[in-house]
Design a protein. Structure first.
Lengths: 269, 269
């Protein structure tokens, strides 16, 4: 599945301009780096019959599932996250699931829309990574141009209805000094995963081999670094896959919903 | 040198009542646990000729030397820290140094007072330990009833005049989860050492063997714990010892100045 760039537009535009560019087919690739300063979100679209349980799941597991927006059933808009925002067209690419099986990866889901679909938008690590980078902390996966490594852990999420499963975490290697600063910086952003859930001892959270991530790409952890783990927005996707709903749509990995909300709005101070 | 309790008084009293009890000879031992909620401080009394350099040293090294109060030359009061506060009588015990040599450990320094002496009061870890304990974090040295282990590090302080030397740190073993919470909690108290300076890799800051502290008592670090290191108020004392001033008075270890200021006043939020 080639996620490629088509056409040209201003990557430094605001959230609305980026969504319109995507809607008009000008961008088909990952959204990392687009609309700097604007919140991007993970998307999960579920039938109304599952919405209450999924809402409860997010409420019970705010670190991996920080819900930043929801829609009315059947309404493709999420007004709290942006003007003229349409979840059917405004992400570069989607994944469509039926009974837990991945069945399509379209760039538009207008033809699949149903009156009972509810959208959930969950905060993503881009927000806190922007804050870390702004403070001069170098994140290796960004320096390497690869995906952040992610791992299934032995930390159970709190179940709700059919939704249950392990917490997925992302890992960033940092010097002890930067790890301390990263706790301080990311603690200011509880709505976008917040402080790390673990530092330093991967075996204590059920991770046997850092070089074998369950998602994303492995990165080196140097002798003078600690692996620092954050709750990851892949958790709800993994949980939805386990629940095998009859129908479900998620964003394609890395192809997020770009909103009109600013990252700074989500900082405590 | 037996630091023992004499007489009885209300340990839950306020700072002023505790100072008066000490002044009246009712308490000669460590001040840990006295006047809960009130800030206690490390004391250093130096001749005026060294005061400007020491003030500059504290300004340049705020993590190990968080200055919370100073006196006018020759004045034994520190009005910003307490009513009816007299540094000559209000600490349980003192150490007197001449040319870097420890020469006496009196319980009163009235007879040694000079018109050129300046007092410096430096925040102490009791303040942040109270905040950690209030959040349910168990500190092993407190559970064990021993002193916190302290280590000279390879982290240099920034020199000022004759004052220079390595940073001394205290170490508390914590689970990764509690270590993350401890960073959050202690970051709120920058005036009393603030966030840790290091986590997890003692060899990176020049500590070869955690079981051999340079000051205090060793405590166990379990397999599921990380050693967490804070800048320590012993640093200025070690630096003063290195500078060998012709005359100097400090508090006796553990016998701090109890102030009228509340720990909560020093919290950022």
């Amino acid at each position: 599945m080639g996620a490629t760039m088509t056409g040209r537009f201003d990557v430094a535009a605001d959230g609305l301009a980026v969504r319109r560019a995507i809607r008009n087919g000008l961008h088909r690739g990952p959204t990392a780096g687009l609309a700097p300063g604007y919140v991007q979100g993970n998307l999960a679209i579920l039938p109304r019959a599952l919405a209450a349980d999924f809402l409860q799941f997010c409420r019970l597991n705010p670190k991996p599932c920080p819900l930043i927006g929801t829609s009315e059933p059947g309404d493709p808009r999420v007004p709290e996250l942006g003007e003229d925002l349409d979840v059917r067209t405004d992400l570069p690419r989607y994944r469509v699931w039926r009974n837990g099986e991945l069945v399509a990866e379209p760039t538009d889901i207008g033809a699949l829309w149903r009156d009972d679909l509810v959208s959930f938008v969950i905060g993503c690590s881009f927000s806190f990574e922007e804050a870390l980078t702004a403070e001069g902390i170098v994140l290796r996966h960004i320096a390497r141009g690869c995906n952040v490594p992610m791992y299934r852990t032995s930390i159970a999420t709190r179940p709700a209805g059919p939704f249950h499963g392990p917490m997925v975490v992302s890992m960033r290697p940092l010097t002890p000094r930067d790890a301390i600063r990263a706790v301080q910086i990311t603690s200011r952003f509880p709505s976008v995963h917040g402080a790390p859930v673990h530092i330093g001892k991967p075996e204590l959270i059920g991770i046997r081999d850092l070089s074998q991530p369950d998602y994303g790409d492995a990165v080196e952890v140097r002798e003078d670094e600690l692996p620092v783990f954050w709750a990851c927005g892949v958790t709800p996707q993994a949980v939805i896959a386990t629940a095998k709903p009859e129908f479900c749509i998620t964003h394609y990995p890395g192809c997020m919903l770009v909103t009109d909300r600013k990252n700074t709005e989500f900082a405590l101070l």
